[in-house]
Design a protein around this ligand. Structure first.
Ligand code: ANZ
Ligand code: ZN
Length: 801
């Protein structure tokens, strides 16, 4: 009996697959293509994390299965290599981020290879490589050309710790995504991408794709479409209007006060009329210190100041309305001002109650006398003149039409999504390819001069006020204007890390193209990505950014599909064995290298898939990987069971066909754990049967191959299988053979198995017992039968004298 030595075998097969170029994705192959995508790693200094194995193994298995099914598979890998951690490390140690990145990539590569992933390494890319970021800059220039990249003077989220401007997405919850410090608002000139122009397209695009509901919903929420109206409120004694955005124009008769954001320009405009200006300005200063998150928090105590000396007029009631400044209204949304309807909005209600402002109810709960306020549901309009008696939906529509006719307002759709702050004042990123000329203004770097490469610098630390370290490199900054030849200066902002990952799936298709981002024919052949598997943490920002860039590239004719990803699923988190998030401080981190060395890559892969559902959070357990290793050992020992025989063993035919069907479907539905359970059942059936044919075993190991590719390849070779199993054929099943018609059951006498009989699956008890007695005839130790029990489909138990 041969022993399986995974340490030797895994290395051997990894080399062999590589030597035979097994995972090469062939452009324009006649075979049907399959493009499987995983979220490429950031090559951090701490090396591959067990979370990467969690993230990559599912689609790895799918990719291997698709190859066996005869598909031309593209399963690529690359490096999302620009970013802060490497740069922060460079600042600390003085080692160039290029050098750090290259070293990290080397480590990651070795680690990923040790798992036996079937990546097409010939397409490896690195977003921080000049050949790559040339095209990131090229896309930026196209966006700039179309007016979708612009520089704006705005308030930005700024992390004082990292000294870097953050996008909204990077500062969710008012915390810096990287270092968890509190984010502050800072006024700055920054590059913005006009993703808001694409809000509707990005929303509609969701109808074309197959995303799991959770992912789809988070995209919709991120875009945050809301339909309503903009309404003008006349300011008493002025010619100007205060314009608000409301999703509830139906409640206009109940609007009793106005609230403007502390940053609203009205304060500046009417500073001579405002009697309590100092107080108002003080309030504004306080608001500046709060994060957006703190300001919009529902539960927080409402604060505000009434603006004295100026009032607004309700356009339908002509009533006088006080104007308040409060920080629960944000300048960045709608018009930065609201009409407050305390009877039907929770926040307005709290505010009005606290500051003793009149509350006017305009909606009644249908069929009830009393309505508790605030009442925010649908009901019947009251105290609302021409709307009385209508429901909310109808009166919204009526009111919008009325406002439009009276020229007091317009229908309006707003999106929560804001334009994308597309700049960092840091070194380790793609330089924004723009030149500032004193005569021509902003000038795009001519395409032929791309890439604008990063100069070599000694000091990577940004200036205190958030200037990029590039600003100090005079030889680099000072250039001639490409238009007029005058002395000009390069833009010193670099792009955020999201830039490189917004189009990497396209570059995989043609990674070595020097002329274009990608050959159109190749792009047409491979796109869309058939299946994108990733984590839940990237279903807002990365997904929306990359869909935006892709849709833009579609609009300018670079790609032929509107949406990049046909299918997007999300795997759950991987928790430590204590059920908590893995972290160094908790000491529950699992080192992938150790797992591979102790149990082997196959056992690691198998355990990762078996330990829980794909889409749910799973708890890592070392017991599972031990069990996985034992299962693989049992699998290898099946070689000893192989006996003569053509085709499948007759009695195993049905279970084998059933397993082929089950495993095929489970894998396709990302039910990896139940697929493995089915294989475990089959192996038990094999052992029960005591001998198996070569065909039985070949089918079994083919089914197991995508999950445990090394050991099954070794067994394939042991059995003189033709070529490599990695290039083999996925077995098919015959629906007619799924039903087990005959089974073999043991006959036990006084607790010992004495014989076996073959019976029909639906054979009557009487007939089975008859057959059982028959099989015992002539046996010396069975003289007189005292009792006989038939356990249906399992066993006959006999007590005999
Ligand atoms: C009157 C009203 C009555 C409102 C009512 C709601 C309920 P979404 O769905 O988020 O778009 N609003 C508008 N601009 C705002 C801003 N810049 N900061 C804070 N709140 C703002 O919500 C739109 C609603 O949020 C608007 O409709 C407005 O309040 C408020 F019974 O207007 B509503
Ligand atoms: Zn110029």
């Amino acid at each position: 009996m041969k022993e399986y030595d995974f340490r030797q075998a895994e290395k051997k097969w990894q080399k062999e697959w590589e030597r035979q170029n097994v995972f090469h994705a062939e452009d324009f192959s006649k075979k049907e293509k399959f493009y499987g995508l995983i979220e490429f790693p950031y090559p951090s200094g701490s090396g591959l994390h067990i979370g990467h194995i969690r993230a990559y193994t599912p689609l790895e298995v799918i990719s291997r299965k698709k190859r066996l099914e005869g598909r031309n598979v593209l399963f690529p890998i690359g490096w999302d290599a620009f970013g802060l951690p490497t740069e922060n490390y460079a600042i600390k140690t003085g080692i160039h981020p290029r050098k750090v990145t290259d070293e990290n990539i080397k480590i990651f590569t070795e680690q990923l290879r040790s798992i036996g992933y079937s990546f097409d390494w010939s397409r490896e890319l690195d977003t921080s490589g000049e050949e790559y970021y040339k095209w990131t800059q090229w896309i930026f220039l196209k966006l700039y050309e179309k007016g979708l990249a612009y520089k704006d003077h705005t308030y930005v989220n700024f992390c004082p710790e990292c000294r870097v401007v953050l996008s909204n997405e990077e500062s969710q919850g008012g915390k810096c995504d990287r270092c968890d410090s509190d984010v502050v608002q800072k006024e700055k000139e920054v590059w913005m991408l006009k993703i808001t122009d694409y809000a509707e397209k990005l929303l509609e695009g969701l109808d074309e794709v197959n995303y799991i509901p959770m992912v789809r919903v988070s995209q919709e929420n991120w875009i945050g479409k809301s339909a309503g109206a903009e309404v003008n409120f006349k300011l008493e004694g002025e010619d100007t209007n205060l314009r608000v955005f409301t999703t509830r124009p139906d409640t206009l008769f109940g609007a009793t006060f106005m609230v403007i954001a502390p940053e609203h320009p009205m304060i500046e405009q009417f500073k001579n009329r405002i009697q309590n200006l100092t107080e108002v300005e003080q309030y504004r200063e306080q608001a500046k210190k709060k994060t957006e998150f703190e300001r919009v928090e529902l539960a927080k105590e409402k604060t505000g100041i009434e603006i004295k000396g100026i009032k607004a007029i309700n356009p339908v009631t002509q009533g006088e309305m006080p104007i308040w400044v409060a920080d629960y209204v944000m300048m960045g949304y709608g018009t930065g001002a609201i009409m407050a309807v305390p009877a039907h909005d929770t926040r307005d209600f709290e505010f009005a109650t606290k500051f003793d402002i009149p509350i006017v109810q305009v909606i009644q709960k249908a069929g009830e006398e009393e309505t508790t306020l605030p009442f925010t549901e649908d009901g019947i309009m009251i105290h609302s003149d021409f709307l009385n008696g209508m429901d909310v939906k109808k009166s919204k529509e009526e009111m919008i039409q009325y406002l439009e006719k009276q020229k007091m307002g317009t229908r309006k759709i707003n999106y929560k999504m804001k334009d994308w702050a597309f700049a960092r004042q840091r070194y380790w990123g793609e330089p924004v390819p723009i030149i500032h000329c004193p005569v021509c203004g902003m000038v795009a770097v001519p395409e032929k001069d791309l890439p604008v490469t990063l100069p070599d610098v000694k000091n990577f630390k940004p200036g205190v006020d958030g200037e990029s370290p590039l600003a100090d490199i005079h030889e680099w900054v000072n250039v001639k204007c490409p238009k007029c030849g005058m002395d000009a200066k390069r833009e010193t902002d670099t792009m955020p890390q999201w830039a490189g990952s917004s189009w990497y799936f396209l570059r995989y298709i043609d990674p070595h193209n020097h002329e274009e981002l990608g050959d159109k024919k190749k792009l047409d052949y491979w796109m869309n990505v058939d299946w994108y598997s990733g984590g839940m943490e990237h279903v807002t920002r990365h997904l929306i950014y990359s869909r935006f860039w892709h849709r833009f590239l579609y609009d300018i004719g670079v790609v032929s599909t509107r949406e990049p990803y046909a299918k997007r699923t999300a795997h759950g988190l991987l928790l430590g064995s204590d059920g908590e998030k893995m972290s160094k401080s908790r000491g529950n981190v699992v080192n992938p290298n150790e797992m591979v060395e102790t149990y082997g890559a196959d056992a690691f892969r198998l355990a990762m898939l078996f330990v829980g559902d794909y889409e749910n959070a799973i708890v890592w357990s070392e017991d599972t990987i031990r069990g996985a290793k034992r299962f693989l050992e049992r699998t290898f020992k099946l070689l000893d069971l192989v006996a003569e025989g053509k085709g499948y063993s007759k009695e195993l035919e049905a279970p084998i066909h059933k397993t082929i069907k089950g495993v095929s479907e489970d894998l396709e539905n990302a039910k990896f754990n139940t697929a493995i359970a089915k294989l475990m059942t089959l192996i038990n059936t094999f052992y029960d049967h005591k001998k198996i044919t070569r065909e039985d075993l070949l089918t079994f190991i083919t089914l197991l191959n995508p999950i445990a590719p090394h050991i099954t390849e070794e067994m394939w070779q042991e059995m003189n299988g033709k070529g490599l199993l990695a290039l083999g054929t996925w077995p098919s099943y015959d629906p007619a053979k799924l039903i087990e018609k005959e089974i073999e059951i043991p006959i036990q006498v006084n607790g010992k198995v004495k014989a076996k009989i073959v019976i029909a699956i639906d054979e009557t008890e009487e007939s089975v017992l008859e057959k059982a007695r028959e099989s015992l005839k002539g046996m010396v130790d069975v003289k007189e039968i005292v009792k006989q029990i038939y356990v249906q489909g399992k066993i006959v138990n006999i007590v005999a004298k």
